[in-house]
Ligand binder design. Structure first.
Ligand code: AMP
Ligand code: GLY
Length: 430
C-alpha cells in the first residue's frame, strides 16, 4: 500500500515511521514533509500545496495513495478531508463540520454542554464592555481563563488571577487591531485545577480505538518557566491515570462520537481530548481533531499493533468494535531539541542554518528503543541537515518503566548537537 501523510513535523515523521513498519506498506509519502524524514526506509517527501483545491486533488490523484492521513489542524479546519472524500479517496481526518470541535472553542463548549460531557463552566461575549463588567463580578482569588474563539496555535488562552491582565486580554482579543489574535467572540472559563493529560482515540464515525495517554511539557524552560511553546517533550505515564479515570475518558470518547453522529457531522479521524484530572474527577479542557505533537512521538514507538491496518479501516469507516490498543507494558519519554531564540514571542529571529550532528547509527531508526523524529530541518548545499525552524527534532526512548526510558533518553541526547541547541532537562522528572 501507498500512504500519503499531510504535514511536516515530528508528529508526521513518527506516523510515517510507524506506518513504514507495516509489512503491507510499501511507500509512505509525506507532504511537504522535511528532508530529515527520509532517513526512514520507505519514506519520501513531496511538496503538494493543499491550499488550492483543484490543484491539490489533481496532485493527490496522480500519486494514487490507498489513503491519506491529515496531520495538522489547518487543512482539517479548511475542509481538506471533505475534498478528498468527495473524490473517493479514503482519508483519516474529520470533515470541516467535525473539525469545528477544535476550530471553535464555543462550538466545543456548547457541544459538551448538550451531551453532558464534563467541562469547566463558561460564559461567552462579543463585546469588550460586557466582558469587563463580567470580570468585575468575579472573585479573582478563584482565577479566570480568557479564550479567543479561534485557532491561535496555543496563544489564544490566558489563565490568570490578575483582574487587569484579564481585562487587557479581553481588549486584545476583541478590539486591539495590533494583537496577532483576532476574534469576534471570547469565552470566560472557570479555572480548573489538577494534572493535565492528553488522551487519544482513532475514530471511524461510529466506533473508536483507544490509542493511549500522554503528558506533555509546554513551557520552554525547566520547572515550567518561560513562555509556552508548541511542546518541549513528554512521557507516557504508567499507573496513572487510574482505571476509574480511564473509564470516564472512554465515556467522553463515546459521548463525543455519538454526539457528533447525531449532529450530522460524524467524527472520522484522530480525536485528542485535553483533560484536567483531579483525583478521580475529569474535565475536558479542549478537543483537538488531530494527533498531538509531541504526543504522537511518545505513543507511536510503544504501540504494539500494525497501525496501517487500523488507519486504513478508519479511513474506510470500518473500524469494527471499539477497543483499547494502547500500550500497557512500556513507557516512552520524548525530548524536543529547539533552536536558539525559540519560541521568539517578541519576534526576534531564530538562529538557524546550523549543521546538526547526530550519530550514523541513527540513520536507520527502525529498531531498538531509541527513535529520532525530525521537524524543523533542511539541507544545506553540502547535503547536511541544518536547523530551519524552532522545534528542530526530538528523541523518543522506550523503556519498561518511565524511569528507564528517561535514563536512556538523557544518555542518548548527549550524542546530538547543533549550535544553540536547547532542551529541557526535566522531562518526566516533574
Ligand atoms: P487550550 O488551548 O484550551 O487547550 O488551553 C491551553 C492551556 O491553557 C491548557 O493546556 C491549560 O494548561 C490551560 N487551560 C485552558 N483552560 C483552562 C481551564 N479552564 N482551567 C485551567 N487551565 C486551563
Ligand atoms: N501537544 C499539544 C498539541 O499538539 O496541541
Amino acid at each position: 500500500m501507498r500512504v500519503l501523510i499531510l504535514g511536516a513535523g515530528g508528529r508526521e515523521h513518527a506516523l510515517a515511521w510507524k506506518l513504514s513498519r507495516s509489512s503491507n506498506v510499501n511507500e509512505v509519502i509525506v507532504s511537504p514533509g522535511n528532508p530529515g524524514m527520509e532517513i526512514t526506509p520507505k519514506v519520501s517527501t513531496e511538496k503538494i500545496d493543499w491550499k488550492e483545491k483543484e490543484l491539490f486533488l489533481k496532485n493527490v490523484i496522480t500519486l494514487k495513495p490507498d489513503y491519506v492521513v491529515i496531520g495538522p489542524e489547518d487543512p482539517l479546519a479548511n475542509g481538506v478531508a471533505d475534498w478528498l472524500r468527495g473524490s473517493d479517496i479514503p482519508v483519516v481526518g474529520p470533515s470541516y463540520g467535525a473539525a469545528q470541535l477544535e476550530a471553535s472553542k464555543i462550538f466545543a463548549k456548547n457541544f459538551m454542554d448538550k451531551y453532558e460531557i464534563p467541562t469547566a463552566k463558561f460564559k461567552t461575549t462579543t463585546k469588550a464592555e460586557e466582558g469587563y463588567k463580567y470580570l468585575d463580578t468575579l472573585d479573582m482569588k478563584e482565577g479566570i481563563v480568557v479564550k479567543a474563539d479561534a485557532l491561535a496555535g496555543g496563544k489564544g488562552v490566558v489563565v490568570t488571577h490578575d483582574l487587569s491582565k484579564a481585562k487587557s486580554t479581553v481588549y486584545d482579543f476583541l478590539d486591539n487591531q495590533d494583537c496577532s489574535i483576532s476574534t469576534k467572540e471570547i469565552l470566560f472559563e472557570e479555572m480548573l485545577h489538577g494534572k493535565e493529560l492528553s488522551a487519544f482515540a482513532l475514530c471511524d464515525g461510529s466506533n473508536y480505538v483507544t490509542l493511549g495517554y500522554a503528558c506533555d511539557y509546554k513551557r520552554i524552560f525547566d520547572n515550567d518557566l518561560g513562555p509556552n511553546t508548541g511542546g518541549m517533550g513528554g512521557y507516557l505515564p504508567q499507573g496513572w491515570p487510574s482505571e476509574k479515570v480511564k473509564k470516564k475518558i472512554d465515556e467522553v470518547f463515546k459521548k463525543t462520537i455519538d454526539g457528533m453522529k447525531s449532529e450530522g457531522t460524524p467524527f472520522n479521524g484522530f480525536l485528542f481530548v485535553g483533560l484536567m484530572v483531579l483525583e478521580d474527577e475529569i474535565n475536558v479542557i479542549e478537543y483537538n481533531v488531530r494527533m498531538g505533537d509531541p504526543e504522537t512521538q511518545i505513543l507511536m514507538p510503544t504501540l504494539n499493533v500494525d497501525l496501517n491496518e487500523y488507519l486504513y479501516k478508519a479511513a474506510k469507516g470500518d473500524l469494527g468494535q471499539s477497543q483499547d490498543i494502547s500500550s500497557k507494558l512500556k513507557s516512552c519519554v520524548h525530548i524536543v531539541l529547539t533552536s536558539d531564540g525559540y519560541p521568539s514571542i517578541d519576534g526576534t529571529p531564530l538562529k538557524l542554518n546550523n549543521t546538526i550532528e547526530y550519530p550514523e547509527n541513527f540513520n536507520d531508526p527502525t529498531d531498538g528503543n531509541i527513535h529520532l523524529f525530525f521537524a524543523g530541518v533542511n539541507k544545506n548545499k553540502n547535503n547536511e541537515l541544518v536547523n530551519s525552524g524552532g522545534r528542530v527534532m526530538g528523541i523518543s526512548a522506550v523503556g519498561e518503566t518511565t524511569e528507564e526510558a528517561k535514563e536512556l533518553a538523557y544518555t542518548q541526547i548527549k550524542n546530538f548537537n547543533f549550535k544553540g541547541m536547547h532542551y529541557r532537562q526535566d522531562i518526566a522528572k516533574i
